[in-house]
Design a protein around this ligand. Structure first.
Ligand SMILES: [Zn+2]
Length: 415
């Protein structure tokens, strides 16, 4: 299927700002350096030069004074902060059955948001047109309620499938019929008239998690973020940068083979995939079977009551002490733990963060995954390893889509 990309990309909202001013602004925005001295050290520029650049950034509405840093002897150094109110960032999360939309400030903090029931199978044209139409309404509301916000506008998109990092197009996404090779960026840029950035959902979630962690001053340079949702994927932070791999497929672990059984058929068409054992859809498949076979009276009751089962039913069943729900959860956690042990050996992260309904709601999921990683990965790799659960995976995604789009404004800046 051929798609015509938009012929003219929207103007860069910070086109008039010099690269050196962007560099200084970005160091302050990301919290990597917030004093003149720290910026001078990070960039190799002289302190006077840094002062001039900071003044330019203040004049451009990108920075504002932010009090003093703790003194290290002598006068306490002045600090600045990035003006999150310099504009508005639009966030689009395309999920299997929902569209998650938000307008955020430039730090990624949500101002207004909306969740729409929308099957991804309706295809990219209809889905992106719907997202753009609803975002225009949300944007108008945000502009009315926050009139002091500046004019910078950007948009970030989270897709539930592999994204080619060079073209921004989804490539053979297993559960997105009609999206293969579609020009998502060009289409949304044409619809909204703002620069657009796209990545897969778990990299977007990782981006949002890191932004929140930076605010808490709880940063890690090497971190693994694993989403156990309907599907399963990992985002890799290596030496402070998200590792996309050569084409953007790094961390896409949902379809690695974890069992040689031909009975476990995956929705990608192959057999034995990790997500066909441990993904939310696989857990639900087996929960339905347990309900129908009468193995789980709890799930049968739920199914008869509601006509269908959701992952929340399994989670409630675990809390209620239903043996089958517990078995399904432990089986998922075991398969994820095995995959994690391999990833931990490969990457030696300081931290692993789990996201998704089951890890977030069932403490047993984390316990099982932790135990397996300890048992299977090298002692050197697990000695200082911290494995935890994010409190809010969907918020990580919403925030991440906005931050991803804002970060792209600074891509031309030196680090
Ligand atoms: Zn598969």
């Amino acid at each position: 299927m051929a798609h015509t990309p938009s012929t003219t990309a929207p103007a860069h909202p910070l086109a008039g700002v010099s690269p050196d001013v962007l560099t200084v602004t970005n160091l302050i925005r990301t919290g990597r350096a917030v004093t003149r001295q720290a910026i001078a050290e990070a960039t190799g520029m002289g302190r006077n030069t840094v002062s001039v650049l900071i003044n330019d950034a203040v004049d451009a509405g990108l920075l504002t004074p932010n009090g003093s840093a703790p003194s290290t002897g002598g006068r306490a150094p002045a600090t600045w902060r990035f003006r999150a109110e310099a504009g508005l960032a639009l966030a689009i999360g395309v999920h299997t059955t929902t569209l998650r939309l938000a307008v955020a400030d430039l730090s990624g903090a949500t101002l207004v948001s909306e969740v729409v029931d929308w099957p991804i199978a309706r295809g990219p044209e209809a889905t992106l047109a719907e997202a753009a139409a609803r975002l225009r309404v949300l944007l108008a509301r945000a502009e009315k309620d926050w009139p002091a916000h500046g004019q910078v506008r950007v948009a970030g998109i989270s897709l539930t499938g592999p994204v080619d990092r060079h073209s921004g197009r989804p490539i053979a996404p297993p559960i997105m019929p009609g999206w293969d090779g579609f020009d998502v960026v060009g289409t949304v840029q044409a619809l909204l008239g703002v620069p657009v950035v796209v990545d897969n959902d778990v990299n977007v979630m990782l981006t949002g998690f890191l932004a929140a962690a930076a605010e808490r001053q709880d940063m890690s340079e090497d971190l693994l973020y694993v989403q156990v949702g309907t599907g399963i994927g990992a985002g890799l932070l290596a030496s402070g940068r998200i590792h996309h791999g050569a084409d953007g497929a790094a961390g896409d672990i949902g379809h690695v083979r974890v069992t040689t059984s031909d009975q476990v058929i995956c929705r990608c068409g192959r057999t034995g995939c990790l997500e066909a054992v441990a993904g939310g859809w696989a857990v639900l498949r087996d929960a339905r079977r347990a309900a129908n076979d009468g193995v789980s009276p709890f799930l049968r009751g739920r199914l008869e009551q509601a006509g269908e089962l959701s992952i929340e039913d399994v989670i409630t069943g675990v809390a209620a002490g239903d043996t089958e729900c517990l078995t399904l959860t432990v089986r998922s956690a075991t398969a994820v733990g095995d995959a994690l042990a391999m990833l931990v050996s490969l990457l030696n992260p300081a931290r692993v963060v789990l996201a998704g309904p089951m890890p977030q709601a069932c403490p047993i999921f984390l316990e099982v995954a932790q135990r397996i990683v300890k048992e299977r990965a090298l002692g050197l790799a697990t000695r200082n390893l911290r494995i935890s659960v994010t409190s809010e995976g969907l918020e990580d995604e919403r925030r991440g889509a906005a931050v991803l789009a804002v970060s792209a404004l600074f891509d031309g800046a030196r680090r």
